[in-house]
Design a protein around this ligand. Structure first.
Ligand code: MG
Ligand code: MG
Length: 255
């Protein structure tokens, strides 16, 4: 992760809008393909083709050696699941898809958790509240506020529902690099204090990772896939947002 918080110029902002727009559109497209029987490899191939056809570069591909263009994390997988021919979606699953695209040298980063066919009420509620957690954080992303205001809002909303908040992975600044300073935790961390002050020109990826059971996670032997330690489902929802003088703006078109 870069050490510096970068403040974007007008041209940087406009490139981030284009990167964010393509990232969000790719996720909407992948979401339209999610159904029982599809493999996560098929989703990855579709996402890569869509990004390239629309003038972007998939930022995840080969990032620290990651072997695919999206992360596909099914059920108890929290984030960073690797697409595979062997992983086929089944009715009642949930799948978190994390996607990044580079356009004109700037990055977009976003994630959605999709339902596969009919999903049980408890898991559906988890997915809904995880998205709400993002919006609670978003409301706090005002110039003059601090990172901790976002963190607190997310944590309070998740824990009010009895869910776990993953501590091992956090949101981040974003710009020409996918991961820049500052860190954007989804929980209040006494070591970070208030965190960075939000100022116009900053861009951050806010990404609650919320568990139905306990908050503890482990990593699989593939070196990537993060799973809940208790095997309970987890959801992930992320957008790249830009701090303007008038408040935060989502760049990765959420609808
Ligand atoms: Mg992401
Ligand atoms: Mg991210």
């Amino acid at each position: 992760m870069g050490e510096r918080i970068t403040i974007k110029s007008e041209s940087g902002y406009l490139a981030m809008c284009r990167a964010g727009e393509l990232t969000g559109r790719t996720l909407n497209y992948v979401g339209s393909l999610v159904k029982p029987g599809v493999t996560t490899k098929e989703l990855d191939e579709a996402a890569e083709a869509f990004i390239r056809k629309n003038g972007g570069v998939p930022s995840f591909l080969n990032y620290s050696g990651f072997p695919a263009s999206i992360c596909t994390s099914v059920n108890e997988q929290v984030v960073h699941g690797i697409p595979s021919k062997k992983v086929r979606l089944h009715e009642g699953d949930i799948i978190s898809v994390d996607c990044g695209a580079i356009v004109d040298g700037f990055q977009g980063d976003a994630a959605r958790t999709f339902l596969v066919g009919e999903v049980g009420e408890a898991v559906k509620e988890l997915v809904k509240v995880t998205e709400e957690c993002f919006w609670k954080g978003f409301e706090q992303a005002q110039p003059g506020n601090h990172i901790v205001d976002i963190s607190r809002a997310i944590q309070q909303h998740a824990e009010a529902h009895g869910y776990g908040v993953v501590r091992e992975l956090v949101g981040h600044g974003i710009g020409a690099e996918m991961h820049e300073a500052p860190e954007v935790p989804n929980f209040v961390n006494i070591r970070m204090g208030r965190g960075a002050r939000l100022v116009p020109g900053m861009a951050i990826a806010v990404e609650p990772m919320i568990t139905l059971g306990k908050r503890y996670v482990s990593f699989l032997d593939d070196g990537w896939t993060c799973v809940t330690s208790d095997g309970m489902p987890a959801a992930h929802y992320e957008n790249t947002i830009f701090i303007t003088k008038d408040g935060p703006q989502v760049l990765t078109n959420p609808k």
